[in-house]
Design a binder for this molecule. Structure first.
Ligand SMILES: *[C@@H]1O[C@H](CO)[C@@H](O)[C@H](O)[C@H]1NC(C)=O
Ligand SMILES: *[C@@H]1O[C@H](CO)[C@@H](O)[C@H](O)[C@H]1NC(C)=O
Ligand SMILES: *[C@@H]1O[C@H](CO)[C@@H](O)[C@H](O)[C@H]1NC(C)=O
Ligand SMILES: *[C@@H]1O[C@H](CO)[C@@H](O)[C@H](O)[C@H]1NC(C)=O
Ligand SMILES: *[C@@H]1O[C@H](CO)[C@@H](O)[C@H](O)[C@H]1NC(C)=O
Ligand SMILES: *[C@@H]1O[C@H](CO)[C@@H](O)[C@H](O)[C@H]1NC(C)=O
Ligand SMILES: *[C@@H]1O[C@H](CO)[C@@H](O)[C@H](O)[C@H]1NC(C)=O
Ligand SMILES: *[C@@H]1O[C@H](CO)[C@@H](O)[C@H](O)[C@H]1NC(C)=O
Length: 466
């Protein structure tokens, strides 16, 4: 018996360390004009261990906003099914993230960042596939795109824009309706709130009440010093401005934990226990106020920071966590305009309306650009997807991003899969003993579709060759 256990442990270890080769591929800086000849290299990770080079598929992850290794490590679904499909695995890094920087550490400077867009990234991926196929105009291998979140949007868009290059796409938690005038801006935070309500009946109420206490504690030297010590903050939160930043940090903490509210411990964005929302809500499970309430939130913060000894620099904002998504703000300030707001009524946050004018001014100040709010809808079709084919859109209903997801099938080949008890793209993660039935079913649907797309591709190619 003990030997059996040891073997299982070994297997578990092997699974968490996926083996791949790191490679580089040269792409044009600008795919859409001829004003520059410049090129640079994007990174991609490749594994041929399971591949049937005679015609096995290429599983291609359309990298999103972060270092590609993070996605390779947390997209276990592709690894889990590669042997069964005899697939080659490729994870391609998105330009301007990780190490795929066109201008080195100057890439995010305003004079260099302009070649960061989803369309440029998709064109990079098409060229990479052309190279992997030897010649994508006479493709030998069926290519299946995979992606989660913004990567899921890219996987879907890839199939829409390059149907001759990609046979089908698994687009997990892809909020392709999250654009202006498509969904009410408050839905996102209503879903966040409901996760906390479900965890226990007092949790969301306590969080909602906490904002005014935080602001009043920040208003006096005495209480702000208590807050600094109790929450182990690096610097004091002793002004209105500080309080704003601290409140913003906490809001994004609650959102993050709702997003990654997985049934198992995971270090996807940061190390968190299984069901983090439930874990933190145990500290907010009774009607609390004042100091008690803030002490409870202090415990929530220590779960979020994994009880680390160092003080918390709440001014670091979005750079907290594993994913360095520094370039995302620019994308959000150009084509990826996703209105999110709070009402303070149906959600547990302070009211904060969506104000595009204010948003655009902030973008102009930071990047010297003005957002084009309708660009993504024009470029990719918004809700008009009747002409698209071979895409599965999956959404977990615990995931705030489901607010902008495709929740109803568009056609026989553009299908919606709802996973009732899943957070952000749980279906793309490695299978786990704690997985709910619903996510197992979703993965089976993915596999059935992938099989179908591969068969279609092979039939078409055989026909063409005949
Ligand atoms: C990915 O996983 C490997 C192996 O477990 C680990 O060494 C590496 O640090 C991880 N990388 C990231 C970016 O998570
Ligand atoms: C591109 O390269 C060609 C050949 O080296 C050169 O003649 C041309 O001036 C370059 N164009 C630009 C826009 O840099
Ligand atoms: C303010 O500081 C004094 C002295 O340290 C302390 O006795 C008092 O309880 C503090 N007040 C509050 C509201 O924490
Ligand atoms: C906040 O605390 C810092 C450091 O203790 C102090 O220098 C600063 O004057 C305080 N600001 C306000 C508005 O009290
Ligand atoms: C709240 O959680 C604590 C710690 O888990 C527990 O001791 C307490 O009984 C709970 N209170 C209620 C009202 O459930
Ligand atoms: C906190 O982070 C900000 C932004 O990265 C930085 O400017 C500041 O020096 C940091 N403060 C501390 C105390 O580490
Ligand atoms: C994130 O990446 C950018 C661009 O490479 C870099 O300038 C920045 O220092 C990184 N931030 C963190 C927190 O690692
Ligand atoms: C939106 O922001 C602009 C610029 O900051 C401001 O002038 C305007 O009053 C705001 N609109 C609303 C409805 O709050």
């Amino acid at each position: 018996m003990w030997r059996y256990i040891a073997l299982l442990t070994l297997l578990a270890l092997a699974r968490s360390e996926y083996r791949y080769n790191t490679k580089w591929f040269t792409v044009p800086l600008d795919h859409f004009g001829f004003a520059t000849n410049a090129t640079f290299k994007i990174k991609y990770l490749e594994c041929d261990d399971y591949w049937d080079m005679g015609g096995g598929p290429i599983f291609f992850y359309t990298g999103n906003e972060g270092q590609i290794e993070v996605f390779a490590n947390h997209t276990g679904f592709m690894w889990d099914i590669a042997a069964e499909f005899k697939a080659k695995i490729v994870f391609a890094e998105h330009r301007y993230y990780g190490a795929s920087m066109p201008f080195g550490d100057k890439s995010l400077d305003n004079q260099h960042i302009g070649y960061l867009s989803s369309a440029q990234a998709l064109a990079d991926y098409a060229e990479l596939i052309n190279y992997l196929q030897k010649n994508a105009l006479k493709p030998k291998y069926p290519v299946i795109a995979f992606g989660g979140s913004y990567g899921g949007m890219l996987a879907a868009y890839f199939r829409m824009k390059y149907p001759h290059v990609v046979a089908g796409a698994i687009a997990a938690s892809a909020p392709i309706h999250m654009f202006p005038d498509m969904v009410p801006c408050e839905v996102f935070n209503r879903i966040v709130t409901s996760s906390y309500k479900v965890a226990n009946s007092k949790c969301a109420d306590n969080i909602k009440k906490s904002w005014s206490f935080i602001r009043s504690y920040a208003a006096s030297a005495n209480t702000s010093e208590w807050l600094r010590q109790n929450w182990n903050l690096c610097g004091p939160a002793n002004s209105t401005l500080h309080a704003d930043v601290l409140v913003e940090f906490l809001e994004s903490m609650y959102v993050t934990m709702a997003m990654v509210n997985y049934p198992f411990a995971s270090d996807f964005l940061m190390p968190l226990p299984a069901q983090p929302v439930k874990v933190v809500c145990q500290y907010l499970n009774e009607t609390l106020k004042d100091k008690e309430l803030l002490e409870g939130i202090g415990k929530v913060i220590s779960v979020f920071t994994n009880n680390k000894k160092e003080c918390l620099n709440y001014t670091e904002g979005d750079n907290y966590g594993n994913l360095n998504a520094s370039g995302w703000d620019y994308q959000a300030c150009t084509e990826m305009v996703m209105p999110i707001c709070t009402t303070g009524k149906n959600d547990m946050f302070e009211p904060s309306p969506w104000n595009f004018t204010q948003y655009a001014e902030a973008c102009h100040k930071k990047y010297n650009v003005y957002p084009r709010p309708n660009m993504a809808r024009l470029e990719y079709g918004g809700a008009m997807l009747e002409a698209a084919s071979n895409i599965v859109f999956s959404n977990g209903l615990l995931d705030p991003w489901a607010a902008g997801g495709i929740l109803n099938s568009v056609s026989d080949s553009v299908k919606a899969v709802i996973i009732i008890d899943a957070a952000h793209h749980l279906d793309l993660m490695a299978s786990n003993p704690s997985d709910p039935e619903s996510v197992k079913m979703a993965r089976q649907i993915h596999k059935d579709n992938i099989r179908k797309w591969i068969d279609e591709f092979n039939r078409r190619m055989a026909h063409r060759r005949a």
